[in-house]
Write a protein that binds this ligand. Structure first.
Ligand SMILES: Cc1cc2nc3c(=O)[nH]c(=O)nc-3n(C[C@H](O)[C@H](O)[C@H](O)COP(=O)(O)O)c2cc1C
Length: 386
């Protein structure tokens, strides 16, 4: 049975107006942010946990659900529990998740990713450190990381291999092949993970990319990102949208800047990217004095800056937790989509509760009937007893 998540507004609430991009129409402006679960099987495959995890967001009424970082190469996993689309047999298990989300009336995108020098690590709740022989003894073997240079992530960390031009071609091809698999799995959107100090972001940053060949320098640092966009676009239907998550700044007053992001946004928009998902932070910029203060809506100004200066659609993310706050961002023209991360972990039904807050779905008609019918009855009863 297909349920409608069409939380339509009669009151001009932008959060609940559809968003059309290429041939895709989202029923509302709420996107669930990509968030690693660290739960995949060691072969990168999805299973029941992913079905329930992503399924809960679909039941909760999000217009678009973005999966966690999904590796295009096995060595590009952040942790041994990352999902992957580097092999053909990874399509069917994730397709089960995609099909379920579609049955609930939501759309689903996959965030394709390569962790670069930040690969081969433990989950955050186990300290985020690099895998070593102690992990091998419990069946999780560390693997060789790679990046723009052989400089490690931090002192004492294993050295990555510096990608040669031939290696780069292999990586770019892997992005293209993963995009084709994402289409076979039935995803509606691909988001390229170009943020947070992972491989693409490592190439973009002047702090981590000190190469002297055509993939380095002021003109060359964006080359890898552009080649990846082209490879993904070539293997992804023209009818389907392509998003790019960017660290619009990598830290306060350091490295990759808003101006750099505006230039790149314009360029990749010309190559077929439809929306920039505006985040922040890089290898160095996430730490110490360069860290961006995390106050409510702390990255909204980045989405607004890129949207205004590059004339590209954007999504705002980062401590957006209140329906009124989300609506104000849209009303001010600061972003086209609102991306909800940890608040959706706290409350997967956030979109439906936001609709209730704005009286957009007064009679629970957009909920699956097995839930909404009862909730409406309860509401009528409680009104009558007042
Ligand atoms: C558990 C967890 C996992 C995350 N994994 C990813 C990821 O796979 N890809 C990504 O781009 N960002 C990832 N992020 C960052 C979130 O997508 C989001 O940008 C960040 O949490 C800020 O938004 P929020 O304040 O709404 O949570 C992760 C965040 C959390 C909390």
């Amino acid at each position: 049975m297909i349920y409608k998540n069409s939380l339509m507004s009669s009151q001009n609430i932008l959060l609940f107006t559809p968003f059309k991009v290429r041939d895709l129409e989202l029923s509302n402006r709420i996107m669930i942010s990509p968030m690693c679960t660290y739960q995949a099987k060691l072969d990168g495959n999805a299973h029941d946990t992913h079905l329930v995890h992503y399924g809960q967001f679909a039941l909760g009424g999000a217009g678009l659900i973005m999966t966690e970082a999904t590796a295009v190469e096995a060595r590009g996993r952040i942790s041994a529990g990352d999902l992957g689309l580097w092999a053909d047999d990874q399509v069917e298990p994730i397709k089960r998740v995609v099909d379920f989300v579609h049955q609930q009336g939501s759309k689903i995108g996959v965030q394709l990713a390569h962790a670069g020098i930040k690969a081969s690590t433990r989950p955050p709740w186990e300290g985020n450190g690099f895998l070593d022989e102690s992990d091998a003894s419990i069946g999780i073997k560390p693997w060789q990381t790679c990046g723009p240079t052989d400089k490690p992530l931090a002192n004492g960390w294993p050295s990555p291999i510096a990608l040669t031009k031939r290696d780069i071609q292999i990586v770019v091809d892997a992005w293209g092949a993963a995009a084709a698999r994402a289409n076979l799995a039935g995803f509606d959107v691909i988001e390229i993970h170009g943020a947070h100090g992972y491989l693409i972001s490592e190439f973009l940053s002047p702090l981590t990319n000190t190469r002297t060949d055509e993939y380095g320098g002021d003109n060359g640092r964006t080359r890898l990102a552009c080649e990846i966009v082209e490879a993904v676009r070539a293997n992804w239907p023209r009818s389907k949208p392509l998003f790019f998550r960017m660290s619009v700044i990598e830290g306060v007053g350091v490295g990759w800047s808003l101006d750099d992001s505006v230039k790149l946004a314009k360029k990749i928009n010309g190559l077929g990217v439809d929306l920039i998902d505006c985040s922040s932070g890089g290898v160095i910029g996430m730490q110490g004095k360069f860290a961006i203060p995390r106050t409510p809506g702390y990255q909204v100004f980045l989405a607004a800056g890129v949207r205004e200066k590059a004339k590209v659609a954007t999504s705002a993310v980062g401590l957006i937790t209140k329906p009124k706050q989300a609506e104000a961002i849209l009303q001010a023209g600061q972003a086209d989509l609102i991306t909800i991360g940890r608040e959706a972990l706290n409350n997967p039904y956030w979109p439906r509760h936001a609709a209730a807050y704005f009286n957009v779905d007064e009679h629970f008609e957009n909920w699956p009937a097995r839930l909404g019918w009862w909730l409406d009855k309860r509401a009528v009863m409680s009104k009558a007893s007042r």
